[in-house]
Design a protein around this ligand. Structure first.
Ligand code: HEM
Length: 498
């Protein structure tokens, strides 16, 4: 694993290190610290603005919890690479996750447990596995098309993000667990509704200056408990189904058909160190980590394309030239959608759905001229340099063309962490890290790109987009609920006569 360390990080050793108390930063108030200055829907925007005001390293405090915030992409890459030894995910995340009644999975764990789980999960996400499950993705895309066809025929506006969440939940369930949940064609109390409560609650608690939920349970806390219980039931159901498939066909142990079967086979091996709790934790993690992130990115992409008609036209022309039967786009065809993939990377540069990553120092260390003591929380602001003209030409513009050529964005650049690096001077590729970086880079990134391309092939191959609207006609507002979502996007479609 290697990622490029941009030249700007190689600075001479500073004569004297600054301490937390010497850093600039917004004024912290007694007890709450800076919590009240952060709108829980848009803390990332405030932290980004503070980067402009206080520079690439500043301090802040949420309640008693002190944090350093960094915005310089080279420092961000340095921190993210220095895992698992130098930095971990925070103890607060682990504690709050567990308090919500959820078993821990890859996203939240650390140290040796993380290493073991990471190996297990990576094996399930290798491209050969994903390719084997491609037919499941084709089926989910067909269900999405049926849902949109119905809306088009009835002249109904589509709640874009909600539909895409159904698409991503169905995809993960099919691909990773071999389960057909079909939330796309089921109305009512579906799994996805329960999942949707979890991330906002996690986000609220992480940013809360006081752990009020430990003292009394509000109506929202009780609703959350019910949601978590439902999701845990669904997870247990996926596991039971997989176990009975494996009992009926024992050769699945040697040749697991999906991520869940691979995890169960690993857990059952003597001395594996993986128990059922960890398997459940990872089923839940895949559902959570794979849902909002991918759905929101596709929603942002459709929104940005609608606002850039020339790019939309080029994307549509590509789909129609490459995909012979839009009712069933093939693996090789999806692989050829280079411009659509470029649109995805450009969307993630401008609208990264994970605009903040939070880690914690495992020992005393330094960042530039700042001493970082053991236990310090470090929040990385992921979208400072990637939208700055100093680092990216015409940084504010949506120009997917900048991503064409010089290899796939998922496997190159500072955002990759695995595979070779194409050093493209002054390019967004080095700076934009939508999937994180280093050893804990998102293991689902190839799957996510595949899902995005499949959704776009379905949309542009089968429909004419009539409008993508926001409540106020402006660019959609951002709302952070662990993943950053566009607010209030509705889409109208007409079925494409072909
Ligand atoms: C556009 C879609 C996605 C984006 C932008 C995204 C982004 C991210 C980011 C920023 C991280 C943190 C990386 C770091 O700490 O350096 C992450 C971690 C993770 N993602 Fe994704 N993700 C996406 C889709 C998915 C999908 C589809 C899955 C799986 C089904 C997934 C599973 C995970 C897991 C398990 C982790 C934790 C990895 C670890 O801590 O070792 N993600 N993702």
């Amino acid at each position: 694993m290697d990622i490029e360390t941009p030249a700007s990080v190689v600075t001479p050793a500073p004569a004297r290190l600054r301490h937390y108390d010497e850093l600039p930063g917004p004024r912290a108030y007694p007890i709450v610290g800076n919590a009240l200055q952060l709108d829980s829907r848009t803390p990332h925007l405030q932290m980004q603005r503070w980067c402009d005001e206080y520079g690439p390293i500043y301090r802040m405090r949420i309640g008693k919890r002190r944090a350093m915030v960094i915005g310089d992409h080279a420092l961000v890459a340095q921190v993210l690479r220095d895992r698992p030894e130098g930095f971990r995910r925070t103890t607060s995340l682990e504690r709050i996750w567990a308090e919500m009644g959820m078993p821990l999975g890859l996203f939240a764990v650390n140290g040796e447990v993380w290493k073991r789980q990471r190996r297990m999960v990576m094996a399930g996400f290798d491209p050969a596995h994903v390719k084997r499950y491609f037919p499941a993705l084709q089926q989910v895309a067909a269900a999405l098309a049926r849902r949109w066809q119905k809306a088009a025929q009835q002249g109904q506006a589509i709640d874009l993000q909600a539909d895409l969440m159904r698409y991503t939940v169905d995809t993960i369930a099919g691909l990773a667990f071999g389960a057909e949940v079909n939330t796309l064609e089921t109305e009512g109390n579906v799994l996805q509704h329960h999942l949707d409560k979890i991330f906002p609650a996690l986000n609220r608690r992480l940013l809360s200056p006081l752990p009020t939920w430990r003292w009394w349970r509000s109506a929202a806390d009780r609703e959350l408990e019910l949601g978590v219980a439902e999701v845990n039931r669904a997870v247990a159901g996926f596991i039971a189904q997989a176990r009975s498939r494996m009992a009926a066909e024992p050769n699945r142990r040697e040749r697991p058909e999906n991520l869940l079967e691979a995890m169960l086979a690993a857990a059952d091996a003597p001395g594996s160190g993986i128990d059922d709790e960890q398997v459940s934790g990872n089923v839940l993690t895949m559902l959570l980590a794979g849902e909002d992130t991918t759905a929101n990115t596709i929603a942002w992409m459709i929104h940005l394309l609608w606002r850039h008609p020339a790019a939309l036209e080029r994307a549509r022309a590509e789909v129609r030239a490459v995909v012979a039967d839009p009712a069933c786009p093939g693996w090789d065809e999806i692989a050829k959608l280079d411009f659509i993939e470029a649109c995805a990377h450009e969307t993630m540069r401008l609208k990264p759905v994970a605009p903040l990553l939070v880690v914690q120092a495992l020992g005393d260390t330094t960042l530039a001229d700042v001493q970082v003591p053991k236990g310090m929380v470090v929040t990385t602001v992921m979208r400072r340099d990637s939208v700055s003209d100093q680092h990216v030409p015409r940084a504010a513009a949506f120009e997917p063309e900048r991503w064409l050529g010089a290899g796939s964005g998922a496997g190159s650049g500072a955002g990759a962490g695995e595979g070779s690096v194409a050093a493209v001077a002054g390019s967004a590729r080095r700076i934009s890290m939508p999937f994180g970086a280093g050893p804990r880079i998102c293991p689902g990134r190839y799957l996510a790109l595949l899902e995005m391309k499949m959704a776009m092939a379905t949309l542009l191959g089968r429909f004419e987009v009539q409008s993508v609207d926001t409540p106020d006609g402006q660019i959609a507002q951002e709302k952070l609920a662990f993943a950053m979502a566009p607010v209030g996007l509705t889409m109208r479609l007409r079925a494409h006569p072909r």
